[in-house]
Design a protein around this ligand. Structure first.
Ligand code: 5GP
Length: 125
């Protein structure tokens, strides 16, 4: 079920538990502001989620409330992950689902990185 992005941050969400180390993840990258791990149900040969360590429900929440430094650092982190995964040569796709129409299911901002094959159709039917 998609989330209601207007709800306050719920620190019992699954990604909050992963950040706190209460649940495991298959970590691929970590720095001061971000954590990246393999998606549990990969939809491509490479499917990694990058999340900010700060408590943000969604892209909208993050871009409204995070300060410029945190936003810039998080963007850099996403780039660090794609380069670490050596996707900068072949290319990749980034996706952020937001709220109901975006079909966001986990109420903690996450950037999907898809790679390992070409992607053609931008928006599936
Ligand atoms: P959304 O639809 O919210 O953009 O995507 C949520 C993603 O989180 C899905 O791709 C789903 O497979 C992934 N996911 C959900 N629960 C877990 C989990 O416990 N661990 C990991 N690694 N991924 C998860």
């Amino acid at each position: 079920m998609p989330i209601d992005p207007r709800e306050p941050y719920d620190d019992t969400n699954i990604f909050a538990k992963i950040i706190r180390g209460e649940l495991p993840c298959d970590k691929v990258y970590e720095d001061d502001v971000a954590l990246a791990f393999n998606d549990i149900r990969p939809q491509a040969p490479v499917h990694v989620l990058v999340i900010p360590k700060g408590a943000y429900v969604s892209w909208d929440d993050f871009t409204e409330k995070a300060d410029d430094g945190e936003i810039a650092a998080f963007m850099r982190s996403v780039g660090n992950v794609t380069r670490q995964l050596e996707l900068d040569g072949p290319g990749y796709r980034l996706m952020v689902n937001m709220g109901g129409h975006g079909h966001q299911e986990v109420p903690h901002l996450h950037v999907h990185i898809f790679g390992g094959r070409p992607f053609f159709q931008m928006i599936p039917d």
